[in-house]
Design a protein around this ligand. Structure first.
Ligand code: UDP
Length: 490
């Protein structure tokens, strides 16, 4: 288990982003929780510090909560390849998808428990009675009990799920459910993903950090300079490129991307369709390739970008195979189409550099696509909407909560419907007035609902509520907690 460093941030840029009224409300709610915690820690526990939406959320919210007086620390669990193969399978089943043909039986359960126990020792050394522990997703779920027995208030925060329960979700929940039982609260991104048996569910949608390298404003010239220098656009200047950002040190982009393409990179003038996602079957990068081909807009270019598969997303063991599948599909495209599309692997060595390149790419896009087959929330969509990009997104999971069709983007009722995706891409590429209207609506939607002030206020309320169930530090050091009645042994 290792702790991720959360460097302090200044509040001023955030106050500017939220406006005075919203900033004041956030400060007052944070002050209340800060007093109630009285120096106790809010621990965040997950399985990766690099890649994916959960890590992105914690890098943004952790330092901001700290600046507001709510001490937040972040721990990442350890696990071996077998553990992450099991948890990947488990996550896919909770998304309603079989994934590989492997089982979630007694052997998998035993390995999951063994890895949990190894992490438990380190967690128990750190957590004190009265702390709050937020356990993210299935990978560290076995530690819910450990944190609870240390006397902490425990929240299990689920970022994934399926809109329609099926045999795979039933199997996934059967594996996971009893690990969750001593939790004080459960939080989901969307009401669609709350399982029927959850006793005290709360819905808190995620948010994006408007001041982070991933989302901060960039001029067109800066975006084009960055994309040229890393080899995504033609005629790039030299690396490194240094870009000032509102929070933290300036970001220096030093590393070129690895591109799978034929010929030179596209010119900055070419309209570009972009999907940025992990290489994961649920993101359906292959489906985007097919839909772009069917859209048949001459002169447009497709970019599919994801993390470097040799990189650090340890909890995502299928990424390399999925990237390879996608590359094979690209190779088999008709010549004309292959020359108008590229697959990019973005270096993950420096996460702020990676985020800035994603920012530039999303800003440069004429159309952004998020053609997921299932989705917890889909931060890539929120990020693109904040940048006023016209978006084509599948109507699944949290994406359905994020945008209304024809107001904030275009929604695909059936995520597998390639002709419908092709038609939506074509509409946005060929109707600039529509694209501009949807982009403006998208920005407004994110400003209203998906910024960290709303998110942290909801968390503060939840933590206050959960703390009512545990004796506070004012009542003296509570001892380790007894199991709630009805909690099963396993
Ligand atoms: N992301 C990234 N580099 C990449 C691909 C994705 O930094 O090469 C980021 C992306 O910008 C977003 C997060 O990873 O912030 C993905 O979150 P999302 O909720 O869209 O999906 P998840 O990966 O959690 O399923």
């Amino acid at each position: 288990m290792r702790e991720v460093d959360l460097p302090p941030v200044r509040l001023e840029p955030y106050k500017e982003a939220f406006g005075p009224a919203r900033s004041a409300e956030l400060a007052s709610v944070a002050e209340r929780v800060g007093k109630r915690l009285a120096g106790r820690v809010v621990w965040q526990l997950n399985s990766t510090a690099a890649g994916g939406g959960v890590a992105e959320l914690l890098y943004g919210l952790g330092p901001l909560a700290g600046a507001l007086g709510v001490g937040t620390r972040w721990l990442v669990i350890d696990g071996d390849a077998e553990f992450f193969a099991i948890t990947k399978r488990l996550c896919l089943r909770l998304y309603g998808i079989q994934g590989d043909s492997g089982a979630l039986g007694p052997a998998e359960l035993a390995h999951f428990r063994a890895v949990t126990e190894a992490n438990a020792v380190e967690l128990a050394r750190r957590v004190r009675p009265g702390d709050v522990v937020v356990v993210h997703d299935p990978q560290p779920a076995g530690l819910v009990r450990v944190a609870w027995e240390c006397g902490a208030s425990v929240v299990w925060r689920c970022h994934i799920g399926s809109d329609r329960p099926n045999q795979h979700t039933v199997e996934g929940w059967a594996f996971l459910r009893h690990f969750l039982e001593p939790e004080d609260r459960m939080v989901f991104s969307t009401p669609r993903h709350v399982p029927g048996w959850a006793e005290r569910p709360t819905v808190i949608p995620p948010s994006i950090d408007p001041c982070a390298p991933r989302n901060t404003d960039l001029t067109d010239t800066t975006a084009t300079t960055v994309l040229g220098a890393v080899g995504i656009l033609a005629n790039g200047g030299p690396l490194p490129v240094t870009v000032p950002v509102p929070v933290g040190e300036p970001v220096t982009v030093r590393r070129p991307v690895t591109a799978v393409r034929e010929g030179d990179p596209p010119s900055a003038r070419v309209p570009m369709v972009v999907q940025v996602s992990r290489w994961d079957r649920l993101k359906d990068m292959g489906g985007v390739l097919r839909a772009f081909g069917e859209a048949g807009v001459e002169g447009a270019y497709l970019t599919l970008a994801g993390p470097d598969v040799g990189g650090a997303v340890a909890d995502d063991p299928e990424a390399a195979a999925l990237f390879e599948e996608c590359r094979q599909q690209w190779r088999e495209l008709p010549d004309g189409l292959r020359r108008r599309s590229q697959l990019l692997c973005l270096p993950m060595t420096d996460l702020r550099e990676n985020a800035l390149v994603v920012n530039a790419l999303q800003r440069h896009a004429t159309v952004v696509v998020q053609k997921s087959l299932a989705e917890g929330f889909g931060l890539t969509a929120t990020e693109a909407m904040w940048k006023r990009r016209p978006l084509v997104a599948s109507a699944v999971g949290g994406l359905r909560d994020q945008l209304d069709d024809d107001r904030h983007g275009l929604l695909l009722t059936d995520p597998k419907d390639i002709p419908a995706a092709a038609a939506a891409i074509r509409r946005l590429l060929t109707d600039p007035a529509l694209a501009a209207r949807l982009g403006a609506g998208a920005r407004e939607r994110v400003a209203e609902r998906f910024l960290p002030d709303r998110h942290l206020t909801q968390w503060a309320q939840l933590i206050e509520d959960a703390l009512k169930d545990t004796p506070g530090p004012a009542a003296g050091e509570p001892g380790p907690r007894q199991r709630r009645s009805g909690t099963k042994e396993h």
